[in-house]
Design a protein around this ligand. Structure first.
Ligand code: ZN
Length: 232
């Protein structure tokens, strides 16, 4: 590998890498991501409420079927005509049982309606929050774009130089470097091997790399941090 050249290339690339980090960590980008996360959260809550409402409607349908059955049963149950005290007692029992069944169904129904009302209120609140956040998102997105343009402009020179350099470099060297960059090896990627150690992570790597670094331009991979090491 042409070490001098790749180091020069790396120096330019480092400026671009730092600009990229600056952009990712900028308040403009963070604010945008936060608003987006909020919108996603609210959307999820609305979907959950929608699903709950659908379940409640299904429950109400079931209760209606039960109520229909109850009405039929009530109609076919004779509730008058007791001739003896014993029969009157029995009738009271029947009426009591029907009443408590109706009360039970009614309670269930009231509970469902109450929750539906709450859901409707919650959904309304969430919807207005959602609308406000959408407006906010537009604003922060604009600021984020401005920041991006500002950062891209600030590294314009380095970007052009980097592209020019690419033309003059050994494609093999460039491929090795780009592969490491894409694999998210920490920057700087190409570092010195010194006194048996990786100069970046500090690990003792003599037994692994010493014999690979015999001639100028030889490179090896640090087994600890995966950086490309060379010997001066
Ligand atoms: Zn290392």
């Amino acid at each position: 590998m042409n070490i001098a050249k790749i180091l020069e290339y790396q120096k330019l690339d480092l400026v671009i890498y730092k600009a990229d980090r600056d952009y990712v960590n900028s308040n403009e980008n963070k604010k945008y991501q936060a608003v987006r996360a909020n919108i996603i959260e609210i959307t999820e809550s609305l979907i959950k409420l929608d699903k709950e409402a659908a379940d409640i409607f299904a429950d109400i349908e079931k209760l209606k079927t039960l109520l229909d059955a109850f009405v039929k049963k009530s109609k076919s149950t004779p509730l008058t005509g007791a001739k003896t005290l014993d029969q009157a007692d029995k009738l009271d029992e029947t009426i009591g049982a029907l009443d408590s069944e109706l009360n039970g169904l009614d309670k269930e129904l009231q509970k469902s309606f109450k929750r539906l009302n709450e859901i409707s209120r919650e959904a309304k609140e969430l919807s207005s929050k959602y609308a406000a956040l959408k407006v906010e998102l537009k604003k922060v997105e604009e600021l984020r774009k401005q920041k991006r343009t500002e950062i891209i402009n600030s590294i314009n020179k380095e970007g052009n130089l980097l592209n020019e350099m690419k033309e003059t470099m050994d494609p093999k060297d460039l491929a090795i470097y780009s592969r490491a960059r894409a694999a998210k090896v920490k920057m700087p990627i190409v570092v010195e091997y010194k006194d048996g150690h990786c100069a970046a992570c500090g690990m003792e790597i003599k037994s692994e790399v010493e014999n690979k670094l015999q001639n100028p331009g030889d490179i090896a991979e640090c087994p600890n941090c995966r950086r490309i090491v060379y010997k001066k």
